[in-house]
Structure formats: C-alpha cells, structure tokens
Design a protein around this ligand. Structure first.
Ligand SMILES: Cc1cc2nc3c(=O)[nH]c(=O)nc-3n(C[C@H](O)[C@H](O)[C@H](O)COP(=O)(O)OP(=O)(O)OC[C@H]3O[C@@H](n4cnc5c(N)ncnc54)[C@H](O)[C@@H]3O)c2cc1C
Length: 526
C-alpha cells in the first residue's frame, strides 16, 4: 500500500497550516470537506441589493427558513444559520454527534472548518499568554510573520501593542463606522483615565485585506459577512488548501471521515469512512497530523484507544456580551458602506491576577433584524420602529474570559460513538464588566450591568486544551512538537494541544503552531 510522508486530518486553520509547513513532502489531506453551494455570489451592498433584487428571501432567510433557526431552536452563532453559510455546520450532528446538558457550540465538517464563518480576528500570543506551554513566543515568531505575509493582516500598532505585539507588516486598518470612529476619538481624549483604570482601546487586527494581496481583492464594505461565504478579502483556510492543491503540494480527498488510527512499524494507518459509500478505507503515512478541530481530534484519539472511560479536559472562552448605545446617533442615517467585522478591541486588566481580558466591539447593522426583534419589550411593529432608529446608535462589546479548567468541563467518548461534552457554568467577572461599563459611560456610551448577556458555554467556538502540550507529558498529553504521548508518529496540531486558553482569540496561534509542527516534521522526514 502507498505510504505518504504525512497524512493531515482536517482542512481548518490547523490542518491547512500543518500541510503548509509540510510543503515539499508527499502529503495527503483527508477531510469531510463540505463546501458552499455553487450559487451566484451576492454582490453590492445590502441596500443596493434590496433596491435591485425582487426577492432576497432565498439568500437571507432560506427556502427552509434556515435564518429563523434561533427563534425556535437552541441558539447558534448568527452567521452559522444563514442559508449560504449553513454548509459550515452541515451534518455534524449525524456524523460526529455530541450529547450534552451544557454545550451550546457546534462542530464544522467543512473544507476550511469553522473559519469559513469566523470574524477573522488574529492576535499573536505573548509569552504571558503562552505561560504553561512548553514553547515560547520565539518558537512561533517566524510562523506568525509568515502568516501575516501569506494571509494579510490589517490593523495598527496602537495602545493595544503591549497585548498584541508590534507588527511592522500590518496592512492599514479597516475604515471605522461613524459610531466607532466617534468612540475611538472619545477614548483618545480620555486615554489617561482609561489607563489608570487598566483599560485600553485600539484597532482590531483582522485577517481582512485593505489592499489587494496574493491575488485577493481588498474589502469592499458590502456588509454581507452574515450571508455570503468566501468573500475574497476575508481570509479562510480554503484559500490555502486550494493554493496547495494547485501547486501539487498536497493530495486532497474530501468525503472522508477519519474514525481512528493505528500505529504500525514505521508508519500510521488511518481508517476513514467514505461518507458517500459508507465503506471503510485505510491510508498509510509516516506521520499523522490530527487537525479535526479540538472536539473531533479528541474523539479520534479516544476512539483509536477504544477508551470509553477517560474524561479529557476541554476549554472554551466564557463570554459576556454588553450592548452599548450612543444617544447622539439615535435616528441617524445608516451608512451605505458598512461592515459586520470587528471595529475595535479593548483590553481590561484583571486587578487580582493581572491577566488581560480582551473584548471586541461590533456594530449592529450586520445581522437580520429578526435576530433581535423578539428580545425587545414592545409590540412587533413598535419593536421594528425602535430597531430602525436604534440600529445606527447601537453596538456590542463581546468580552472573552480566559478558559477555566474544571472537573465539570470535560469530554468523554461513549461506546455508541457520541462524544459527551460538558462545561462548568461561568458567571464572568462583575468587577471587570462594571469597570468597562463605567468607562464607556464616561465617554458617552450608555450601557448597564443589567443588560449583560452570557452566551452558553461552547458559543465562543474557541475549543482547546483536551490533549495539552506539557514539558513531561502523561497519557493523553502531548510533547512540545505536538506528538501524542505513547505514540511515535501521531501529532496533534489544532487547539487540542493548547496548554491553556488565554482571553484572546486562538486561531492565529493554532495556525502558527501547526505551521511550526509541520516544518519540524518536514525536517525530520528528509
Ligand atoms: C462565527 C465564528 C466566529 C469566529 N471568530 C473567530 C475570530 O475572530 N478569531 C479567532 O481566532 N477564531 C474565531 N473563530 C474560531 C475559529 O474559527 C476556530 O478556532 C478555528 O476554525 C479552529 O480551527 P481548527 O483547525 O482547529 O478546526 P475547525 O475549524 O473546526 O476545522 C476542522 C476541520 O476538520 C475536518 N474534520 C472534522 N472532523 C473530521 C473527521 N472525523 N474526519 C475528517 N475530517 C474531519 C473538518 O471538515 C474541518 O475541515 C470563530 C468561529 C466562528 C464559527
């Protein structure tokens, strides 16, 4: 049987960049790999589309009313329910099921993974963020730098530089909407007061092009992020997978569900189920990189060991969502050219631990009005009128707390193949929330602790830490090169190998770490 130098399972950020690091070797990438339907692209901004198109129902709501999902079912991220983006979460419940009382997240079996719908916020981990990892920022630096050149990152070196690091290769930041350029100007005038309170505001760092790069066009402010997949300016790992395929750097096989692996002398056998024919197939590689997303990577590892007893840890960032309002902008006209991407970031230092807590500020014009309509207290008609006037004045601060280890946050495989995933409840930090609320009020942005919403665990979609890297790994832990303890050739390259989860979007570090491990393996395979 043919033996590849390396097999990579999964084509999300982890899989794409493990394969990228392995260039020059014979690499097979196995993936379930659902992709967007080949429907015509929506183009033009939402207002032009509404003027020029008779009916946007199929794209915005969906023939099966997909976009109204959250009105009658457990809520999922607003992006993942729109019809053209629903491929991102297609079939996960049947192919890789989860049973849980507490988990409110999803799994992706798409080419490019969850990052087809991501917010593209990309942040380098500092050495503080990496405490507990057996690697430091120096080990990741050259990979972060190469990523910036490959995917393009816009942003600025500003007050958030101590938390995000200095980056000389950033593209100019996105244009701010009127609401957030006002907020930034007011912050700049009150900067000293914010600093004394341990809070800082600056531009978001986004894998979004503000200038053409590597054949991709710059962002056009069409505000279609909630509805349109594969917007060229917004990076997704599919672009890298397509590039690696066209260069002949990888063989890519979709429709393959990796179920388990088995080590043999000098190689690993990977057992997949062909999801079209239901037949089992076996592939061989000298190395295996598991990048099926933390939850499915852990499932494959437990399934390979036939282990239905062990509870592995699992982390996600607990979230707090704080609506903000500017009375000055109530009734203002909406901008024709807008964006649903992150506008600004803020960092608030935890006074007890010194740990920075990171937040992202979003506008309110991206999602459908029906997504918030029924949460307002007035009649349907009055709520609609209210929303129309309040939309230009409203935004959302989304705070991510560090992931917390707890015996009540775990995953375990059941003999029937379902993954049991439970998360301990987390109530956030009222002192931090109170502090940022007071500061925002000081600069004219109204909000109140009673308005804070706490999405259920799993909704941050930042899963990590189930097979953590350790200096001296024990069972179900990994070495600094991602190698799973007790195996010779199996490497974990997604968030599962994170040693901790700081209050910072993790995907840029999943990519950098996967590239680092891919490069290390490529060197060893010569
Ligand atoms: C709405 C939204 C917003 C987000 N915003 C951000 C953000 O701004 N910044 C940020 O850092 N992160 C963000 N994220 C999270 C980010 O998308 C994930 O952290 C990232 O995609 C995880 O990458 P991964 O490679 O580990 O796994 P995934 O992206 O989950 O990819 C898993 C891959 O494995 C494949 N796969 C799974 N199981 C199997 C199997 N058994 N056999 C074969 N193939 C398999 C899938 O097809 C897929 O290709 C966001 C996510 C969402 C949904």
């Amino acid at each position: 049987m043919d033996c590849f130098d390396a097999i990579v399972a999964g084509s999300g950020p982890g899989g794409a960049f493990a394969a990228y690091g392995l260039r020059g070797k014979r690499v097979l990438l196995l993936d379930v790999g659902y992709d967007a339907a080949a429907s015509p692209r929506l183009s033009g901004n939402v207002y032009d589309l509404r003027r020029t198109r008779d009916d946007l129902f199929p794209e915005l709501i969906g023939e099966n009313f997909e976009s109204l999902h959250n009105l009658h079912d457990r809520p999922i991220s607003l992006k993942l329910k729109s019809p053209l983006l629903s491929f991102v979460v297609r079939d996960w419940r049947s192919l890789t099921p989860i049973v849980s009382q507490t988990f409110e997240g999803v799994i992706s079996l798409a080419k490019g993974g969850l990052a087809n719908a991501w917010g593209a916020g990309v942040y380098r981990f500092t050495n503080r963020d990496l405490s507990g990892f057996p690697i430091s920022n120096d080990d990741l630096q050259s990979c972060y730098d190469e990523l910036v050149r490959h995917i393009g990152v816009s942003g600025a070196n500003d007050d958030l530089e101590p938390y995000f690091g200095r980056d000389e290769a950033l593209l100019p930041p996105l244009e701010l909407s009127p609401l957030f350029s006002d907020l930034l100007a007011r912050y700049e005038r009150a900067r000293d007061e914010f600093a004394r309170a341990g809070a800082f505001v600056g531009r978001a760092r986004l894998a979004v092009l503000t200038q053409p790069l590597n054949g991709r066009a710059a962002y056009e402010y069409e505000n279609l992020e909630f509805f349109q997949p594969h917007i060229p300016a917004i990076y997704t790992p599919s672009y890298t997978i397509d590039q690696l395929r066209s260069e002949g750097a990888i063989a890519y096989l979709s429709g393959r569900l990796v179920e388990r692996f088995q080590e043999r002398a000098g190689c690993v056998e990977v057992h997949t189920r062909n999801i079209e024919t239901n037949e089992m197939e076996v592939w061989r590689g000298r190395k295996l990189c598991l990048a099926a997303g933390t939850l499915n990577t852990a499932r494959i590892v437990l399934q390979s060991a036939g282990d239905y007893a062990t509870r592995l840890p699992v982390l996600d960032n607990p979230m707090a969502c704080i609506p903000i309002f500017s009375l000055r902008r109530i009734g203002a006209g909406l901008s024709l050219n807008d964006s649903s991407l992150a506008q600004l970031n803020c960092v608030i230092e935890d006074r007890d631990s010194g740990e920075p807590v990171q937040g992202t500020l979003y506008g309110s014009t991206g999602p459908l009005r029906s997504d918030v309509l029924f949460t307002l207290p007035l009649s349907f008609r009055s709520n609609l009128t209210l929303l129309r006037h309040v939309a230009p004045a409203g935004g959302l601060l989304m705070l991510f707390y560090p992931g917390v280890e707890s015996p009540r946050s775990y995953l375990r495989l059941s003999p029937s193949g379902e993954l049991e995933v439970e998360f301990a409840e987390c109530s956030g930090n009222p002192e931090i929330e109170g502090r940022i609320i007071r500061l925002l009020r000081r600069i004219g942005y109204l909000t109140h602790p009673a308005l804070v919403q706490r999405p259920g665990m799993g909704q941050a979609l930042h899963y990590a830490g189930s097979l953590p890297m350790r200096d001296k790994p024990g069972p179900y832990q990994t070495h600094a090169d991602g190698r799973l303890a007790g195996t010779a050739h199996v490497h974990i390259v997604d968030g599962a190998c994170f040693s901790r989860l700081p209050s910072k979007n993790l995907t840029f570090t999943i990519m950098a770490n996967a590239m680092r491990i891919g490069r290390l393996l490529a060197r060893g395979l010569s």
